[in-house]
Design a protein around this ligand. Structure first.
Ligand code: MG
Ligand code: MG
Length: 274
């Protein structure tokens, strides 16, 4: 993995473009997710959508990944491979999407409910998403990587959830994975200092039960060790003038689903055209 590469303001604006292509792709998918649809069908829609926006799918072929989207239902944590199994009412599906444009990657993720889901699973999704914003709030001048990890871990573990240890967030730029590694756990005041020009993919992966995971023999799919559900939310965030600035947005998803939210407002200094 490349080291930490700080970005100029111009580069950050190019990265915003890449991140927003992913945001729009997830927004398009939000309208298509329903019982009966297959993850392979959603993957094909995403491929066409990204190409239509003059970008390249960021994951396809990366480390030899076979598809456009990582599609991880229910007890799958991340890196699931799209297939022909229809989604059913009550499933959750974590969708991670990457796009490459102007030489820069966007990389973000959302866990969707398929129809009505159990209350306990809905809470897991809510807390995991909240923990993402706790992490973003900690991405500021004077703080360190450990402050962010602590904020995410604390928010989830107080609910009894398991914070995956083996997989982490990362720096983002002309490569999908740059330094620093961004764990979703940590100790306050530890680790590297945050610096202006850092662009991070912050991505809590949180399990309803144990933090332990296993991997399918497809060489990709990561699952919870106890078979309980997992959730994954990811944003691309730049540090500008000592403060976090969201490059990606869930607003396209919310527009498709008829949700209103003010969760992103503190982290956006840039007008968003939906
Ligand atoms: Mg991702
Ligand atoms: Mg990522």
């Amino acid at each position: 993995m490349a080291g930490i590469i700080l970005k100029t303001r111009e580069e950050i604006e190019l990265m915003r473009e890449s991140a927003l292509i992913v945001s729009k792709t997830l927004g398009m998918l939000a309208s298509e997710i329903k019982p009966g649809v297959t993850t392979l069908k959603l993957d094909a829609l995403a491929y066409d959508f990204i190409k239509d926006h003059d970008a390249e799918p960021g994951f396809l072929g990366l480390y030899d990944f076979p598809n456009t989207l990582c599609m991880s239902p229910n007890s799958q944590v991340v890196h699931g491979i799209p297939n022909n199994t229809p989604l059913v009412e009550g499933d959750v599906i974590s969708i991670d999407c990457g796009a490459l444009k102007n030489g820069f990657y966007g990389d973000h993720a959302y866990t969707f409910a398929v129809g009505e889901i159990p209350k306990a699973t809905a809470k897991l999704l809510q807390i995991t998403k909240e923990s993402l914003y706790e992490g973003i709030k900690a991405f500021k001048r004077g703080n360190r990587i450990g402050d962010m990890g602590y904020a995410i871990q604390n928010h989830c573990e107080k609910e009894g959830y398991g914070v995956v240890r083996e997989l982490v967030g990362h720096g983002l730029g002309t490569t999908m994975h740059e330094g620093p590694e961004v764990p979703n756990y940590g100790k306050r005041g530890r680790g590297k200092l945050f610096l202006d020009g850092m662009v991070l993919a912050i991505e809590p992966m949180i399990n309803m039960g144990t933090h332990r995971i296993k991997q399918l023999n497809d060489g990709w799919t990561i699952l919870t060790a106890d078979g309980k559900p997992s959730a994954h939310f990811e944003h691309d965030v730049a540090l500008i003038d000592g403060k976090p600035e969201l490059l990606s947005t869930f607003e396209f998803i919310y527009k498709a689903l008829g949700i209103t939210s003010d969760e992103e407002i503190p982290y956006r200094n840039h007008p968003l055209v939906l």
